[in-house]
Design a protein around this ligand. Structure first.
Ligand code: PLP
Length: 410
């Protein structure tokens, strides 16, 4: 009899009691808007910004409505405008090219490597050829490229780097927190990320003028003096009359839920990594399956797991996915003909010009992705690994026996 997994790949942990208590306090006093404060009150949002700036070692921090908003605000704040070209990863999620398109700019995609990071040779070539105004670097699925080399390439070209750290909150490269290499780091606190406020985002930077622009953009009216992780008021003088208000503030309810989660984040990251290492260990040396290399310099936060089925024919991958799904293991495939849930690809983003990305297409054809919520125990993860191992072996060795395609659940 074959084992089955019955847990949910989309169930996060409940909000911690301290977060629930803080949220109730905000609801009781009713001042949910970040600028609605009494006398000397420090709003939850301003306190969160101060704490997140300290967590990342940044001078300034701004809390916003979503990770996608943070990306768009970051692009605008570095001066990207309509018609500009912005380089970004070909392997990323839809909000990334979406943020570029939303300000009327044009995404140009850079190939992915088998380490699932941006291809730095392709990047260097495309910087020279595309006349790009910025790089929106997505640390997709928490895989961090050689940041020393990337920054050397971009600095030499005078290209500002905006980091999408939706999957790297709490991670670092050679000791520098993810989000602190580029000119601005953007994070998401949406439910599936490393802290959960339903929706939400954070931005960090050391650049006073950039951050002043971001704060005005987010909808601060002229109340920026109430921030505690903002640049001094001189920084606002140059920008306050010429920067539009594109409202996207965070509110005190979300900030209240997030502050205790930030205090717990390092411990949560350690739990994710323990689950990840269990999976890695259990799947090592499975014929037909390739694990993704993790460089020494990278301190990752593995809230998801990826592996490659290199050069497998599509029917065989589909058969493997259906058989795993039938045993309760919900895997996503970035190589399917149609996007399912979040697995859209560059060729699904048809508002952008069609682009030739043969290396990315080949890698995504064999790329399998799995969420690792903290509601999974180490035993759950070991069971999942046994199922994957057995089904990869069956599909790899047994060849493509015809299996009806089960609908792949979202
Ligand atoms: C979730 C996500 C975002 C955007 O975050 P939202 O808060 O959902 O807008 C950006 N980039 C990546 C890679 C993401 O996964």
């Amino acid at each position: 009899m074959s084992e089955k997994f019955t847990g949910s790949f989309t169930q996060q942990e409940p909000i911690c009691q301290a977060g629930i208590d803080a949220a109730i306090r905000v609801m009781r006093h009713g001042r949910l808007h970040r600028y609605n404060t009494v006398a000397d009150e420090i709003s939850e949002t301003a306190a969160l910004e101060e704490e997140f700036a300290a967590f990342t070692g940044a001078k300034y921090c701004l809390a916003v409505a979503s990770g996608g908003y943070a990306l768009g605000c970051g692009l605008r704040a570095v001066g990207v405008g309509p018609g500009d070209t912005v380089l970004t990863n070909a392997f990323t999620l839809a909000p990334v090219p979406g943020a570029i398109a939303a300000i009327g700019a044009k995404p140009v995609f850079v190939e992915v490597t088998e380490a699932l990071t941006i291809d730095l040779d392709d990047l260097a070539g495309k910087i020279a050829r595309s006349g790009a105004r910025a790089l929106l670097l997505s640390h997709m699925r928490g895989h961090i490229c050689d940041m020393d080399r990337l920054m050397a390439i971009c600095t030499a070209a005078g290209l500002p780097v905006i980091e999408d750290c939706a999957h790297t909150m709490g991670a670092s490269w050679r000791g520098t927190p993810s989000g602190r290499h580029g000119v601005v780091g953007c994070y998401s606190t949406q439910t599936y990320k490393h802290m959960n406020s339903g929706e939400g985002g954070l931005m960090v930077s050391d650049d006073p003028e950039l951050m002043a622009r971001a704060i005005i953009l987010s909808g601060s009216y002229m109340l920026y003096a109430r921030h505690r992780a903002a640049p001094p008021s001189e920084a606002f003088e140059k920008v306050k009359y010429v920067t539009p208000n594109v409202s996207g503030r965070m509110d005190n309810l979300r900030a209240a839920i997030l502050r205790p989660q930030l205090a717990d984040l390092p411990a949560q990251c350690a739990r994710w990594n323990a689950l990840y290492r269990t999976l890695e260990r259990c799947l090592a040396d499975t014929p037909g399956l390739r694990l993704v290399d993790r460089p020494q310099e990278e301190a990752y936060v593995a809230s998801s797991f990826q592996f490659l089925l290199p050069d497998w024919p599509a029917e065989r991958v589909a058969a493997f996915l259906s058989r795993s799904a039938a045993r309760g293991v919900e895997l996503k495939w970035f190589g399917g003909a149609e996007p399912v849930g979040f697995t859209s690809r560059h060729d699904s983003w048809r508002y952008a010009a069609a682009q030739d990305l043969p290396q990315t297409d080949r890698i995504l054809c064999g790329l399998i992705d799995m969420r690792l919520p903290l509601t999974f125990s180490p035993d759950d993860v070991a069971l999942i690994a046994r199922i994957i191992r057995a089904e990869v072996s069956a599909a790899f060795q047994g060849g493509a026996e015809p299996v009806d395609r089960l609908p792949l659940a979202d």
